[in-house]
Design a protein around this ligand. Structure first.
Ligand code: FAD
Length: 578
């Protein structure tokens, strides 16, 4: 039966060619596995390429007091202690080596006077910690990883979207997908699979995320029976463009604040004084986003409903050197010269802290043979991610996922691909062409985005979340009836019909988790429960598929070992010393 389809076979199949996927591929190759990398856009074009501000790693090149302990503490504190502490520990300990390795592979970072990698300040980081290349760090990272991976020899399947994971009994056996250009179906047989598909931002209309971020990987894993975790924690970055409307949501990097940018309201007040007088603009993203939102809601917003962010007090040449993309972005898209005046900024849906539940050491998901890393995986960032901690996450856990997937493959026989599952995956994909009624998938997507923006946004309340669940049920029913015109070749409507399923799944998971977490923590702000609840600090929300229903339960956060508890307790002492 699978003979009908183009078929490829690998030890390790990696879905996603961003930082996490490429780093996983490099490691799996180094372990001697044959590796296939599938990505739904072009190689080198993944979301990682958009990363601007830098990679957080306690290298202590600029602030010599920095070390992994402080990075660990900052990450835990930023994540409001809900983080998987072991992931936070590994991440803080291993990031410097992962950055050095990138340098050895050819990445050219900005430099200190004495030739070390330059590091900049970022929100929530005690020290200057972000290794960067102007505001184009992601581009350098992808370029380096891609060169390295290609030279080591993985097979790349570009513009190919995976729609289903295949299993042999309980374990993973491969994936089913299609070539986006021609619409032909393809089967991948693999002993292990790494999901590195990134986030979910396209479920909201105002987002910094590209078209690729539709929650596919989380949905693939969920449908295959894996667990999702912490889905209520969606990060709204405080500074997206707000004007003109066509560019609303595009990111204004935190590096602007890292380089000294100042936030004011329409009255000229530096309002962060009220919300976080100690850290001001370098407070964590959740705090700054809520502060801007509150200023606007209380009538002190700018003309187009945001805040002013100003870096023009710095010399023009400095701004152009340190923030070249921001300079061009505002000049070309908004006709604003940021060396002469302020930008208008407001919150934009940016990053998913939740995702596939994984084990810290190996990035193994809860199905044998399945691994996940990068933004698609949960745990490291807890309730809120610090800027710069994603790129280091990709390197640290991409590497671990690749290594573990290769080890698993070594011990594994070639699994069987279930013909019935392949047939079902094909049927699901061709159905939208066969319907005679039904609406366009774009209409359902538009209404989904409206629902998530208005009912499951920065501030949440029980009534809205319940209303959102009702809406999502209706949207699910509409999505099951969408109709696509034309053929499978070059058909964006068809891609959207597939993406809709993923966005609806993750939206439901976010909403259900947000409804039960009756407290405010990190990126999750409940108007009806505005305070921390210490009991919730010890609970992760875990989502699993039960038949066609989404089940939700809490699991206790694992007890932290005494030496790490001690590190957190030392926080005030360290702060006093510096
Ligand atoms: C504008 C912007 C700036 C940022 N700046 C920073 C920063 O300075 N520092 C920082 O730490 N973080 C930053 N972030 C966050 C960071 O860039 C991302 O979290 C990170 O790059 C995610 O990497 P990833 O490898 O998990 O996924 P991605 O880089 O998004 O890669 C996902 C891959 O999965 C593929 N894919 C998705 N679905 C499928 C499917 N169904 N089938 C096949 N392939 C699929 C995609 O094609 C892509 O190749 C920024 C984010 C944005 C939006």
């Amino acid at each position: 039966m699978t003979d009908r389809f183009e078929t490829h076979e690998h030890d390790v199949l990696i879905i996603g060619a961003g930082g996490a996927g490429l780093r996983a591929a490099i490691e799996a190759l180094a372990k001697g596995a044959s590796v296939g990398v599938v990505c739904k856009s072009l190689l080198g074009k993944a979301h990682t390429v958009m990363a601007e501000g830098g990679i957080a790693a306690a290298m202590a090149n600029v602030d010599t007091n920095d070390d992994w302990r402080t990075h660990f503490r900052d990450t835990m504190r930023g994540g409001k202690f809900l983080n998987n502490w072991r992931m936070a520990q590994l991440h803080a300990q291993e990031s410097p080596d992962r950055v050095r390795e990138l340098e050895q592979w050819g990445a050219l970072f900005d430099r200190t006077q004495d030739g070390n990698i330059l590091q900049r300040a970022f929100g929530g980081h005690t020290y200057k910690r972000l290794c960067h290349v102007g505001d184009r760090t992601g581009l350098e990272m992808i370029r380096t990883l891609q060169d390295r991976g290609v030279s080591l020899g993985f097979d790349v399947y570009m513009e190919c979207a995976i729609t289903r994971l295949l299993k042999d009994g309980d374990r993973i056996s491969g994936a089913f997908g299609y070539w986006r250009e021609q619409g032909r179906f393809v089967v991948f047989k693999a002993k292990s699979v790494v999901i590195a598909t990134g986030g979910i931002g396209k479920a909201w209309p105002v987002t910094s995320n590209s078209w690729e971020y539709t929650g596919d990987g989380m949905t693939l894993a969920y449908d295959a029976g894996a667990e999702l975790m912490d889905m209520e924690f969606v990060q709204f970055h405080p500074t997206g463009m707000v004007w003109p409307p066509g560019v609303q949501g595009i990111l204004v990097t935190e590096a602007v604040r890292g380089e000294g940018g100042i936030l004011t309201n329409k009255l000229g007040e530096r309002f962060m004084q009220k919300y976080d007088p100690k850290r001001m603009e370098l407070s964590t993203r959740d705090v700054v986003a809520r502060s801007i939102y509150t200023e606007v809601r209380e009538g002190r917003g700018t003309e187009h409903g945001g805040a002013y962010l100003d870096i023009s007090h710095k010399p023009a040449e400095y701004v152009k050197k340190k923030l070249p993309s921001m300079y061009h972005q505002f000049k070309e898209l908004a006709d604003v010269d940021i060396t002469k005046g302020p930008m208008e900024v407001g919150p934009t849906c940016h990053y998913m802290m939740g995702g596939i539940r994984v084990e810290a050491e190996t990035a193994a998901a809860t199905i044998p043979g399945l691994y996940a890393a990068g933004e698609a995986a949960a745990g490291l960032h807890g309730a809120n991610r610090l800027g710069g901690n994603s790129l280091s996450d990709l390197l640290v856990f991409g590497r671990r996922a690749g290594a573990a997937a290769a080890e698993f493959a070594k011990k594994s026989a070639v699994p069987r691909v279930d013909d019935a599952a392949v047939q079902d995956a094909e049927r699901e994909m061709v159905e939208p062409f066969e319907r005679t009624g039904g609406e366009s998938p774009y209409e359902v997507h538009r209404d989904l985005q409206r629902t998530m923006q208005s009912l499951v946004g920065i501030f949440r309340v029980e009534e809205d979340l319940k209303a959102a669940l009702v809406e999502l049920e209706l949207l699910n029913a509409r999505a099951a009836r969408v109709r696509v015109e034309g053929s499978r070749m070059f058909n964006p409507g068809w891609h959207m019909a597939k993406d809709l399923k993923s966005m609806l799944r993750v939206s439901e998971a976010v909403t259900r988790s947000a409804l039960v977490r009756k407290e405010s923590r990190g990126a999750h702000s409940r108007i009806d429960y505005p305070n921390y609840d210490p009991a919730w600090e010890k609970q992760n929300n875990v989502i699993k598929r039960e038949g066609d229903a989404m089940s939700l339960r809490q699991t206790p956060v694992k007890e932290m070992p005494a030496e790490l508890k001690q590190l957190l307790a030392e926080e005030e002492v360290t702060a006093a010393k510096t």
